[in-house]
Design a protein around this ligand. Structure first.
Ligand code: ZN
Length: 567
């Protein structure tokens, strides 16, 4: 059984959800199974075909797992399909059987939604959206087409002639499907045009005749996982527009940004891949220093594609960009870890965060997207706007991606290849840029780069408080807890720790509802006692208030200045 699922870099040991596993031979005689390690079984020698029967617990409502109840079923192949060792390259037939009558919540028959091709030509082949036989060319493909079964709301559209299907499961009254499909179509077309400006050919046609967005909607869900011809998404009900509800909300923009991100992965990571993922070894961690390219560049283009497709306006885009800049700059960890190191250690650090992570880590998503922006601006300024990061993406696509699933010997991007590829695509030597900002821990000089492009960064304090405490708090029941203490800030200097429960500030009770109101009454430099419970021990610290810190970043066009280029 796979130990991890591509796209989510954490060991998950999917075999642990197998409740029972048994084997029998062609004459229905039991075949003993032994265990070789946590994910591997070995059957005793037997003649003829071997049949394995597994009962698997499926109640993980995430984009990475498998979930089955009386309203729907969703699974990733990594949760349910054992790999027959040595037979990875053989075609696989999958038979899907409908749930027994009376076992589902409504009488409406379930349908099947997946990008996995039906086993066309076989008498038992599944009809479109039906139960029956499906076919995968090999085990890797079998794992890469998740399947949704149930009675979801659906809509289809064509983007540059290619079929796309949107599937929404969960309860979403009044969902404006037509509006969502129209916006998503524009995003898909903008991305197809970026990679294939001439042929306008959608990337997934090498593996499937359609792309499927499968979204499960809950009260407060968020997440996505990319596949070669589909994506599994988790979204919040409130983020999706209802019929008659106009205007762009923050939530809907967030949903479209997620859709754009996962769709961009169809090129960048599902076909253009780091060499470390060619092929995926799902028994152990696949280390690469390049996730800042595969996740960071994708994070840069996800919002940029909303802008280019006309789904959002420039001001909205600048607001999103400002938020990302602010987020990256909030964490002192960015001076300790590079995005290349963060990529390599994703398995044990980025995916296993704790209260100290902002002090110790940098995100290869957010800082990676700023590296992409910095590179894009550097290339544009060095070439008088004749070249851009788009040219780098097209070269990557041409060299590694377009024929990935058609090639007998597909290649991935080598760990140290990026500088040469950028130079080849644009003529710009980016090696010192990459050494400083991707391999090194320096901040991307966006002040200078944006100024040269005619934009200005402006930093402001968040809220209207006259003083600041350099921590992050969170509410737990009636209590206000310190969630993170930022390194070298006033809370850190006073001795406060993550997990401390706030009791009193300056002798006054402090809780979830009144911290900001209390902070309004002080001036920078004033010292007050702070009482906290650490465990069940009352502790007192002397806290000295700081000046308000400018953590919010806004980006504006500079009205009086025209764009200039770098000498
Ligand atoms: Zn991603």
């Amino acid at each position: 059984m796979p130990a991890w699922i591509p796209g989510s870099y954490l060991m998950r040991e999917f075999g642990r959800q197998i409740e029972t596993l048994s084997a029998h031979d062609a004459r229905q005689r039991p075949v003993p199974l032994g265990k070789l390690d946590r994910n591997t079984w070995q059957a005793a020698p037997c003649k003829g075909p071997l049949t394995l029967t597994a009962v698997i617990y499926c109640y993980d409502l995430s984009v990475r797992g498998a979930h089955l109840d009386d309203t729907h079923g969703f699974f990733n192949g990594t949760s349910v399909f054992l790999r027959a060792h040595g037979h990875e390259h053989q075609p696989c037939l999958l038979e899907l059987v409908p749930p027994p009558a009376g076992s589902t919540r409504t009488d409406e028959p379930w349908r099947v939604h997946t990008s996995l091709p039906e086993a066309t030509g076989d008498p038992e082949a599944a009809p479109r959206h039906g139960f029956g036989l499906y076919r995968a060319p090999d085990y890797d493909a079998l794992l890469d087409h998740p399947i949704e079964m149930g009675t979801p709301q659906t809509i289809t559209f064509e983007a540059h002639g290619a079929q796309h299907e949107m599937v929404f499961s969960g309860r979403i009254p009044g969902l404006d499907l037509a509006r969502v499909a129209d916006d998503v179509r524009r995003i898909c077309e903008a991305q197809i045009a970026l990679f294939e400006p001439e042929s306008l050919r959608a990337p997934f046609l090498d593996s499937a005749d359609r792309y499927v967005f499968m979204t499960f909607v809950t009260a407060d869900g968020y997440g996505g996982l990319e596949h070669r011809a589909s994506t599994a998404l988790l979204a919040s009900r409130g983020d999706l527009p209802a019929v008659g509800q106009g205007g762009m909300t923050d939530g809907y923009r967030t949903f479209l940004g997620l859709v754009s991100h996962e769709y961009f992965h169809t090129w960048n990571v599902k076909r253009i891949k780091p060499a470390a993922f060619v092929p995926y070894d799902l028994t152990r961690e696949g280390h690469t220093r390049l996730l800042w390219v595969f996740e960071g560049f994708t994070s840069y283009y996800d919002d940029l594609m909303l802008l280019r497709s006309g789904v959002i306006e420039r001001d909205d885009y600048l607001k999103l960009l400002g938020r990302t800049v602010a987020q990256v700059h909030r964490g002192p960890g960015r001076h300790k870890q590079s995005v290349a190191d963060s990529s390599y250690d994703a398995w044990t650090r980025y995916y296993r965060q704790d209260e100290n992570s902002p002090n110790a880590l940098v995100s290869y998503y957010t800082k990676g997207s700023l590296v992409a922006l910095g590179l894009d601006l550097t290339i544009r300024q060095a070439t008088d706007n004749q070249r851009s990061l788009d040219d780098v993406m097209r070269l990557l696509w041409d060299r590694y991606g377009r024929d990935f699933y058609r090639s007998a010997a597909p290649r991935g991007v080598d760990e140290d290849a990026m500088a040469a590829l950028i130079a080849e695509a644009t003529g710009v030597d980016a090696s010192s840029f990459l050494a400083q900002y991707a391999e090194g821990c320096a901040d991307v000089p966006l002040d200078r780069l944006l100024a040269q492009a005619g934009y200005q960064l402006e930093w402001q304090a968040a809220g209207n408080l006259p003083v600041s405490v350099n921590w992050r708090t969170r509410t737990q029941g009636q209590d206000l807890l310190v969630a993170t203490v930022y390194e070298s800030g006033n809370a850190h200097r006073a001795g406060v720790s993550a997990g401390d429960v706030l009791v009193a500030l300056d002798g006054l009770r402090v809780g979830p509802g009144n911290l900001d109101a209390l902070l309004q009454r002080y001036r920078p430099g004033e010292a007050v006692p702070l009482h906290v419970f650490r465990g069940d021990v009352l502790r007192r610290f002397d806290l000295v208030f700081d000046e308000p810190v400018a953590h919010d970043c806004r980006i504006h066009p500079r009205a009086a200045t025209s764009p200039t280029t770098e000498a």
